[in-house]
Design a protein. Structure first.
Length: 437
C-alpha cells in the first residue's frame, strides 16, 4: 500500500501529538501521524511519574530548553485537562535533603526556580520541623516544596491532544512501524503493518518516535559521536498506607544520574507507588526479562563500547544495585525507608508502571537535553527525556517555529482552539536544530 502526505510525524507520544495539533492548527498542510502501537502515548509518555513539573530542579544553563519548555507548558496542559474533563490533582512535590550536605542543593534549587521563571510564592524552603509538620511520616533535614506540581494521566492527556488534532483533519495510522527512510526530494518512509508493507511519500518527516528515534536517525548517518543506553524504571504499588499527601522526591545521590533515585508518587486516582530504579537494559522496549537474559544481550560490541564510554566504576556499582532493586521489593523498600521509615514491605502490593528512559551519550557523558538534527527533508528529536512530557506543548511550538524558518513551513492562524498563548509567540526558546545537507 502507498500513501502520500505533506508532513509525516513518526510517534504518537506527548511530543508527536503536540506537533500534530500545532501544525494542523497553523498550516494548510496535510498531516499523517503513524505509531507502532494502537493507542497514543503507549510507551515513555505515559510510563512515568505522571507529574506535570515546575522546573525548580532544572539547571537553567545546562537544561535551559527543558526548563523553559516546562514553565511555558504548565498552562496549556492545565487547559487540556479542563477542556477534556481529565483529572488535574495539584499535590505539589516535596524534594528532601536527607543529610546536612544536601541542604546546599535545595538552596540551589531555590535559586534555579527563580531563574527559571517560577514565582517566589510557588515554592518554599523547609527546615526539619517544617517537613515534619507538613508530612509527619517523612524524615529529612530539610526540603524544597514546589506547590503547583500536579498529578495527571499523561496517556489520557495525550489522547485528548491527539483528538483535537484529528478534529483539525489530520490522519492517524495505528500499528504502523517505520522501518527505514528513503531520502529524496520527497522522501519515502517504508513501514510495516499487520496487513503488510506500507510506503508513505511525504514532503517532510518528523521523527519523534521515542525509543525508535535514534535508530531511524542512525540509519541516515546522523548520529556520529553519539551512542544510546536504555534504563528501565520500575515502580511498586503501595496499599493500606495513609498519612502522606504530596509527591516525595529526594536530592539525587549523584547529580549526574538523577534518575537513579526513587520517589513516592500519588497517582490521580489515589494509587500510591514507589520508584523508579534505573535498570540498565539492552533495548528500547525491554519491559520484561531477568537479569541473566539482559546480561546475555550485552554482548553486542557497540553496546559494550557505549557502556565503557560513560559508565565509570561508581556508576556501574549504582546500576548493579538497581538491578537488585528491580527484582527485590525489599531492597527498594530499604532505600525508601530512609525518608519514610514507617513504610514496610507489607504495604507493597505488586508491581506498578515500568518505563524506559533512552539516554543519549557522547564522549563527554550523558547528554543533558534533547538533540534535534535533520537533513533537507527529515527532522529527528533524540533524548526527549524527563521532563519531556511536561514540556511537550512549548517544545512543539518552538520546533514548529524552527521548521517554518528551515523548511519554509508557512504558518497561518487556522483552527486553533487551545494553547493561544503558544501560538501568538515563538515561546522564546533557544532550540537548536543541526541540519546536515
Amino acid at each position: 500500500m502507498s500513501l502520500q502526505t505533506d508532513v509525516l510525524i513518526i510517534g504518537a507520544g506527548a511530543l508527536g501529538a503536540s506537533l500534530a495539533y500545532e501544525i494542523s492548527s497553523t498550516t494548510d498542510l496535510s498531516i499523517t501521524v503513524i505509531d507502532m502501537e494502537g493507542v497514543p502515548a503507549f510507551h515513555s509518555s505515559s510510563r512515568n511519574t505522571g507529574v506535570i513539573h515546575r522546573p525548580f530542579y532544572l539547571d537553567p544553563v545546562s537544561k535551559k530548553v527543558y526548563a523553559e519548555s516546562a514553565i511555558k507548558s504548565y498552562g496549556p496542559w492545565k487547559e487540556i485537562a479542563y477542556i477534556a474533563g481529565l483529572p488535574w490533582v495539584q499535590r505539589g512535590v516535596m524534594e528532601l535533603a536527607l543529610n546536612e550536605s544536601d541542604i546546599h542543593v535545595i538552596e540551589k534549587y531555590s535559586r534555579w526556580a527563580m531563574q527559571n521563571g517560577m514565582d517566589e510564592n510557588e515554592y518554599n524552603l523547609l527546615d526539619e520541623q517544617d517537613v515534619r509538620k507538613l508530612e509527619p511520616r517523612v524524615m529529612a533535614k530539610g526540603a524544597i516544596l514546589s506547590n503547583l506540581d500536579s498529578n495527571v494521566s499523561y496517556g489520557s492527556m495525550v489522547g485528548a491532544v491527539m483528538q483535537l488534532a484529528q478534529n483539525n483533519g489530520i490522519r492517524v495510522l495505528w500499528n504502523i512501524r517505520a522501518e527505514r527512510i528513503i531520502e529524496g526530494e520527497r522522501p519515502i518512509v517504508a513501514c510495516k503493518s499487520p496487513n503488510g508493507e506500507v510506503n508513505i511519500k511525504t514532503g517532510l518527516v518528523i521523527n519523534v518516535s521515542g525509543g525508535g528515534a535514534y535508530g531511524l536517525a542512525k540509519s541516515l548517518g546522523l548520529t556520529s559521536g553519539y551512542s544510546e543506553l536504555h534504563f528501565r524504571g520500575d515502580y511498586w504499588k503501595i496499599r493500606e498506607f495513609k498519612g502522606i499527601s504530596r509527591n516525595i522526591y529526594t536530592v539525587p545521590r549523584n547529580p549526574g544520574y538523577p534518575f537513579l533515585d526513587p520517589h513516592f508518587i500519588i497517582r490521580p486516582d489515589g494509587q500510591m507507588e514507589i520508584g523508579p530504579n534505573a535498570f540498565l537494559v539492552s533495548g528500547s522496549y525491554a519491559y520484561n526479562g531477568t537479569v541473566s537474559e539482559i546480561l546475555r544481550s550485552f554482548t553486542s560490541p557497540n553496546y559494550l563500547k557505549a557502556i565503557r564510554l560513560v559508565l565509570n566504576r561508581e556508576m556501574l556499582k549504582l546500576i548493579w544495585n538497581d538491578w537488585g532493586i528491580s527484582i527485590s521489593k525489599s531492597l527498594m523498600m530499604r532505600r525508601v525507608r530512609k525518608f519514610i521509615p514507617s513504610l514496610d514491605v507489607k504495604h507493597v502490593k505488586g508491581r506498578g508502571t515500568s518505563g524506559i528512559r533512552h539516554s543519549l551519550i557522547s564522549r563527554e557523558g550523558f547528554v543533558p537535553e534533547s538533540v534535534v538534527m535533520g537533513t533537507s527533508s527529515t527532522v529527528h528529536v533524540l533524548n526527549f527525556n524527563s521532563p519531556g512530557a511536561t514540556g511537550a506543548p512549548a517544545f512543539a511550538r518552538a520546533l514548529l517555529s524552527k521548521l517554518s524558518n528551515l523548511y519554509g513551513v508557512k504558518l497561518i492562524l487556522k483552527k486553533h482552539r487551545v494553547w493561544d498563548s503558544l501560538i501568538k509567540n515563538d515561546c522564546n526558546i533557544e532550540l537548536k536544530v543541526n541540519i546536515f545537507y
